[in-house]
Design a protein around this ligand. Structure first.
Ligand code: MOS
Length: 738
């Protein structure tokens, strides 16, 4: 299919982004705007005993200092958004003297300039009654709990009898894997500009989910949702950190209300390690047994993840375990460790990125215990159906991913034994892993409008955090409407546009794309019905279904005749733009008949210096079966970015907490390491030509999350192959190799 919905278009917003025309939250300004700076708790647990406000109020430019002592008591009406943890209650900011974690906002200093506000925040003296927080999962005071309200993807499940004694002759692996806490560190910092006009609040705010921010802030302030408007045309990366509405948004709104001026609040990089979510630290145990020829007999996956004391953030750590491989006996168990930290959140590939690491690292250990090529071992355990649910897959191209990835990488040239491949004095390692991520879908709405000049406008509340949503949605609309892309103006990022689900979970192309598709079709149907029922028009008397839209004209299908130019349609129909709103839905009964998952395979080459133990990733190959790819250029860019994120997870990223007070000690980009250009190897990305008619009208599975999944185990497995050293914690740093 060579159409606009399978075309490697360039980003339509690329020019705006590289020339500074694109406006991110902190780029917006309002007349008479003041600046707010958050003061975070300097202890990890306890209570605020005193705040010495007066010296700060005497500093130049200071407008106000807000703390729990003078903040308004907010309504905090119950509101559980799509994205909030099912159990627990969000942090009620500045509502009491309790300190629940290090960096929790305890005050806000507002000044006429940012400099003055920062100086005031630094000068504010806060006294505490402090206790020692529990921040380490290995702390004996950390008590595991069974999370409440788990979804089906998270709950404990079993089949067969995985806990039975291993059968005679079986080969077993039993290992524990520990993944560090990670923070998202997008380039764009969290920012909100809050502006009240009476009881109407406008927020220019970094968000992956503007309709939820609207609903949540309305609930917190006890307002009807229509009183709150959230605007977010561009997001400078987010990776999940802007799915929820964190306390700084509330603080900006409180500040603006109290001083009766617009207020801009931008979190510092350091503060973005405190209260805006993080990938939870996880500890997982995998126990495998297999026949000597590599057929899995049993699989036990036990995972524990940190959460806060006030909310239970649960992720699908053990979800992929059930369907990745064929295995008669399986048991998966998921527990949470509430600790004195802020609530974790989704971070790219949430759940699967961590859970699949443990499975894929353990499978590599099993391959070496069995002396079977790691890729061959996986091939021998390819299931026919989802053995967890008993349902067929809507499509599953994992074997093709293995073939395509292995071919491009050259896997057949691999020598099995660790330390057997060298490049001069460097130890070379080749590792691989499988990847999987579910196909999520939620109903979204879009509005489509035809204007008097024959141009079109599409509006939907989605965000675009970088995948290219502006571009891909314009492609879908232009494809359906039969016009060049520059005849469609696509708008997003406003809460007063038709609602969409979170811009996350790799579901935007599927969900919002289906809505745009449906809205454009509904617009055509509406115009067709008006045109055909209008006496005297060239198309009167026809059935709406007989009209076709292409090359800028509406005409009768299979009939000669000029039809009607798009620019003549609206003038003919009374000169008012024609507008419809439609929901992108899919048949839920079909969705219940299949397991819908995108699969992939990742191949990695590392070089380890045997003397100084540095690890260099030299190349990475990813092959993905992710359904229909609307824009191969953007999808490849997504995958490349995700794979680089996986490299960070494998080798660099770790938020280290000081055990004494829970302080993130490396809360800045000098010490929180992420891959930079010099670290990034040669990469190639391949998409399997996969046709899945069940997932949604576009056949799209999504590629945002899966691209990170599988990379960390492929790298860890490559490090083992290079060195013979099995490192079971992430990140794998030079010091892990000693
Ligand atoms: Mo993605 S973690 O759902 O932004």
């Amino acid at each position: 299919m060579n159409t606009l919905i399978s075309s490697a278009e360039k980003r339509i917003d690329g020019h705006a982004k590289v020339t500074g025309l694109a406006q991110y939250a902190a780029d917006f300004n309002q007349p008479n705007q003041a600046y707010a700076v958050v003061v975070g708790a300097a202890v990890g647990l306890g209570r605020v005993t005193a705040i010495d406000v007066q010296p700060v109020l005497e500093l130049p430019g200071i407008v106000s200092v807000i703390s729990h002592l003078n903040a308004p008591r907010l309504a905090y009406r119950p509101h559980k958004g799509f994205i909030d943890p099912a159990a627990g209650e969000r942090l009620h900011v500045l509502q009491d003297d309790q300190v629940r974690f290090y960096g929790q906002p305890v005050a806000v200093v507002i000044a006429n300039t940012l400099d003055d506000a920062e100086r005031g925040a630094l000068a504010l003296r806060v006294s505490y009654d402090a206790q020692t927080p529990v921040v380490d999962p290995h702390d004996p005071r950390a008590i595991e709990i069974l999370p409440e309200a788990l979804g089906t993807r998270q709950a404990d499940k079993s089949r067969g009898n995985a806990l039975a004694a291993p059968v005679a002759g079986a080969v077993t692996v039993d290992a524990e894997y520990d993944i560090s806490r990670e923070n998202h560190t997008p380039i764009e910092l969290h920012a909100t500009v809050a502006h009240w006009q009476g009881e109407q609040l406008t927020l220019w705010s970094k968000s992956q989910f503007v309709v939820n921010e609207q609903a949540e802030i309305a609930a917190i302030f006890g307002l009807p949702p229509e009183n709150v408007r959230v605007i977010c045309p561009f997001v400078g990366g987010a990776f999940g950190t802007s799915l929820r509405t964190w306390p700084h948004v509330t603080l900006a709104a409180i500040a603006a209300k109290l001083i009766e001026r617009p207020v801009k609040l931008v979190l510092s990089r350091r503060q973005s390690f405190h209260t805006t979510g993080h990938r939870p630290r996880t500890v997982q145990r995998i126990s495998l047994s297999a026949t000597p020829d590599g057929k899995l007999l049993s699989l036990v996956h036990e995972g524990t993840a940190e959460t806060s004391r006030y909310e239970q953030h649960a992720e699908a750590l053990t979800s992929a375990t059930h369907y990745m491989y064929s295995c008669p006996s399986l048991r998966a168990r998921y527990r949470l460790l509430p600790m004195d930290t802020s609530t974790p959140t989704h971070m790219r590939g949430p759940g699967e990125a961590s859970g699949v690491f443990a499975i894929e690292a353990a499978l590599d250990e099993l391959a070496y215990a069995l002396k079977i090529d790691p890729l061959e071992l996986r091939r021998r355990n390819e299931p026919q159906i989802d053995e967890g649910s008993g349902l067929p897959f809507s499509s599953r191209s994992l074997l093709q991913c293995y073939d395509v990835g292995a071919k491009h990488f050259g896997w057949s040239q691999r020598q099995f034994a660790p330390r057997s491949m060298r490049d001069a004095r460097l130890l070379v390692g080749w590792g691989m892993a499988s990847a999987a991520y579910p196909v999520f879908f939620a109903p979204a709405e879009a509005c489509a409008r035809m204007l008097g000049d024959g141009m079109f406008e599409i509006e939907t509340a989605s965000s675009d955090m970088g995948p290219g949503t502006y571009t891909s949605m314009t492609q879908v609309a232009a494809h359906v409407l039969g016009v060049p892309m520059d005849h469609v103006k696509f708008r997003l990022g406003q809460s007063n546009y038709p609602p969409t689900p979170p811009h996350g979970g790799s579901m935007t192309m599927a969900s919002v794309g289906s809505a745009v598709y449906a809205a454009c079709q509904a617009l055509q149907a509406e115009i067709a019905s008006q045109l055909t029922s209008r006496p005297g028009s060239a198309l009167s008397g026809m059935q709406p279904g007989e009209l076709e839209w292409s090359e800028g004209r509406v005409r009768a299908r299979e009939q000669d005749g000029p039809g009607l130019a798009y620019r003549d349609v609206v003038p003919l129909l009374g000169n008012e733009p024609v507008e419809v709103t439609a929901v992108g839905s899919r048949d839920t009964s079909v969705a219940q008949k299949f397991t819908m998952v995108a699969f992939g395979a990742v191949f990695v080459e590392v070089a380890v210096d045997p003397d100084v133990l540095t690890i260099q990733v030299r190349r990475m190959t990813g092959a993905y079966g992710a359904g229909h790819i609307v824009n191969p250029r953007l999808a490849k860019s997504q995958c490349t970015g995700g794979m680089i994120g996986g490299m960070g997870m494998a080798l660099m990223e770790s938020t280290v907490l000081d055990a004494r007070d829970g302080r993130p000690v490396n809360a800045h980009m000098a010490d929180y390491l992420v891959p930079v250009n010099l670290d990034i190897p040669a990469m190639d990305v391949h998409f399997i030509d996969e046709h899945d008619v069940h997932v949604n009208v576009l056949g799209v599975k999504g590629v945002g999350e899966i691209a990170l999944v599988g990379v960390a185990p492929a790298i860890a497995n490559a490090v083992f192959h290079a060195t013979g050293k099995r490192i079971r914690h992430l990140p794998i740093r030079l010091e892990s190799m000693l």
